[in-house]
Design a protein. Structure first.
Ligand SMILES: Nc1ncnc2c1ncn2[C@@H]1O[C@H](COP(=O)(O)OP(=O)(O)OP(=O)(O)O)[C@@H](O)[C@H]1O
Length: 602
């Protein structure tokens, strides 16, 4: 399935989701660590309760009892100090465990996404570029980290504080609380609107400043051209215009800020004054105490602050939900090639026969083009079959189908008599060794590259394979022997050496069927001879299907299969096919003779 296209907004930020639903995934992941999760939640609850309920209550007691009642002010202040202690400790515990959960969830999600990616069939990576997927793994998980570690905690804390706070306010003085709750949106809505506008303008402002920087760098680094062409006055004008644009944007920004500040002060303090006024009237009529008013204002400020914080983090939460849903998709993606519920076992010992019968196949991304059409070919155990054909004839596709990276639309492929679709793909691939055109190596040690398909190979076996692949001499001369790091993609080796490492790897794998895609890149005669020699040893006693580019290979093959447009057009041996004067004869003249096949000349 194709994932939605790269979800990037103009600011190059991952796109937010429409609802917070996908964040459930984060809670599910975090709940796998019940101890940390519970401690974090308890700490969250305790700190929120202390801030929104206990502190204002303490204040009320200090005013009503301490000042007005029993005169034992100290007692209430001691109580307040204990609360402060609990708040400090609770906050630290909350911070530690919530951040811990954030990092843990991200580590788990990364691993799970990666493990799932490793299961997926190649068609998934054709529809979704690896670059896009890896950027998701990095960017989206970073957002989740931020969301779990910070945003979600802020949101939960403030939601709890707002709810508790409002409850407390209603308990303290229901009348005043009604006023507050009705007045709150009147204060918040204009502030949120102005806040958004300010954010947009600030971004414009930064862009304009960047323009000024851009002009400066450009002109200063081309000073000789500017002066040589007498463009100082024009450049000064251009610069001034850019500076003026910066100023103009800044003017709008400061204007909005000024209005916003005026609004902020008037609305918030005006509202407070009105509340106090109303409260004072209630105090004079004896309906509520002075301490209640104090506690009310304190808790009211906390509720307002929480509501403000919630509106601020909402955007981040939605972005987090977007990231969670995209990562969820990557985790849930199912491979299209799977083992049947009861896979049929391949016969033991392996025989190494491979049979294609009436196989027709189109790649999922190009369903209208047939890459392989009515392909029928039986390769007997121990036989070497060379496939030749012009570019795009479908040669590599035959390999892809043999390894069951795709299933054909019609026809069957059997390995040792078992249809590939009935067997476990892992068991099929265990019986094959692929030597790709360019020996693909990993940024790892020579040893790990050699034993890539056979991790438990002994030191002796590794050297034996290296010897057979004509790789021993250069491997021995590496600075740290087999432990030498080969660099990104094996960049520290030559092309011919990389090919020989790939051959040794296939030897170690010791699979009954060899899929060999001969390199087209020309090597020097000596290197060529070493590679060819290694290949011959690799092919001995194995069923070999080889995409051939060298005359030596086609000559040595038991049969040559000539492909064109996905079909087999000729089958035979070199002498017969050359004499027939068909496609093979033309290809042979073009390809094999002109490349002056060095090994053939031996
Ligand atoms: N992953 C893919 N998705 C879509 N189409 C593909 C894919 N791989 C190959 N094709 C198409 O399938 C056809 C057969 O390609 P294939 O790679 O098998 O040819 P080839 O004979 O190996 O060519 P070459 O010698 O150039 O490697 C071509 O038309 C090619 O464009």
């Amino acid at each position: 399935m194709a994932l939605p296209p790269a979800q990037q907004t103009s600011e190059n930020e991952p796109k937010p989701a429409r609802s917070l639903g996908p964040l459930r995934m984060i809670f599910r992941e975090a709940a796998k660590y019940p101890v940390q999760y519970s401690v974090a939640m308890v700490a969250l609850l305790v700190t929120a309760t202390v801030t929104s309920l206990a502190l204002p209550s303490a204040l009320r007691l200090i005013i009503d009892r301490g000042f007005g009642g029993d005169g034992d002010v100290g007692r209430w202040f001691r109580y307040l100090l204990v609360l402060v202690g609990i708040l400090g400790l609770g906050t630290a515990v909350r911070f530690y465990f919530i951040s811990w959960l954030g990092e843990r969830v991200v580590a788990d999600v990364r691993t799970r996404v990666y493990d799932n990616l490793l299961r997926l069939s190649p068609s998934f990576f054709e529809e979704n570029s690896p670059k896009e997927i890896s950027s998701r793994m990095v960017a989206d998980t970073a957002i989740i980290e931020q969301v779990v570690g910070t945003t979600l905690s802020v949101a939960l804390r403030n939601a709890i504080m707002a709810i508790f706070g409002i409850g407390y306010l209603f308990w303290l003085a229901p009348q005043l609380a009604m006023w507050l709750v009705m007045g709150l949106p009147l204060v918040m809505i204009p502030l949120v609107i102005f806040g958004r506008r300010l954010k947009g303008i600030s971004r414009d402002s930064q862009d304009r400043v960047a323009d000024v920087g851009g002009i400066t760098t450009e002109v200063l680094s081309a000073m000789k051209i500017v002066q040589g062409f007498n463009q100082e006055i024009r450049e000064s004008g251009r610069f001034q215009a850019a500076v003026e644009r910066t100023f103009a944007t800044a003017k709008v920004r400061i204007m909005i800020r000024a209005v916003m500040t005026a609004l902020l002060i008037t609305l918030i303090f005006g509202g407070l004054v009105l509340l106090l006024w109303r409260g004072a009237v209630l105090v004079t009529t004896g309906e509520i105490s002075g301490g209640t008013i104090g506690a009310f204002i304190f808790a009211g400020v906390i509720v307002a602050g929480s509501a403000g914080a919630l509106t601020e983090v909402m955007g981040d939460l939605l972005r987090g939900a977007g990231a969670a849903s995209r990562l969820g998709e990557l985790m849930a993606e199912q491979p299209c090639i799977t083992a049947p519920a009861r896979p049929q076992a391949l016969p033991e010992p392996p025989r190494g026969s491979l049979a294609f019968a009436g196989v027709t196949f189109s790649y999922p991304t190009r369903p209208e083009d047939r890459a392989i059409e009515d392909f029928t070919l039986t390769i007997e155990p121990g036989e070497t079959v060379a496939i030749v054909g012009p570019s795009g004839a479908g040669k590599s596709t035959v390999f892809q189908l043999a390894e069951r990276f795709y299933d054909p639309q019609s026809g069957t492929i059997k390995l040792d008599g078992v249809p590939l679709t009935q067997a476990d793909p892992a068991a099929i691939r265990r019986r094959m060794a692929l030597v790709p055109q360019e020996g693909i190596l990993f940024a790892a040690s020579a040893r790990d590259n050699l034993r890539y398909g056979a991790w438990d190979a002994s030191e002796e076996a590794i050297w034996e394979a290296a010897r057979a692949a004509n790789a021993e001499t250069f491997l021995r001369s590496l600075p740290d022997g087999l432990d030498t790091f080969l660099g990104e993609g094996g960049a520290r080796l030559s092309g011919g050496q990389r090919q020989r490492v790939a051959i040794a790897r296939a030897l170690l794998r010791d699979a009954p069927i060899l899929l060999l895609d001969e390199a087209t890149s020309a090597l020097d005669a000596e290197s060529e001879r070493l590679v060819q020699d290694a290949l011959e040893r690799l092919m001995a006693n194995r069923t070999t299907l080889v995409i051939a580019h060298r005359l030596a290979t086609v000559r040595a093959a038991d049969r040559i299969v000539v492909m064109e447009g996905g079909r087999i057009v000729e089958i035979g041996d070199h002498a017969g096919l050359s004499a027939d004067g068909g496609l093979y004869a033309r290809l042979a003249t073009l390809q094999f003779e002109t490349t002056a096949d060095a090994p053939a000349a031996r």
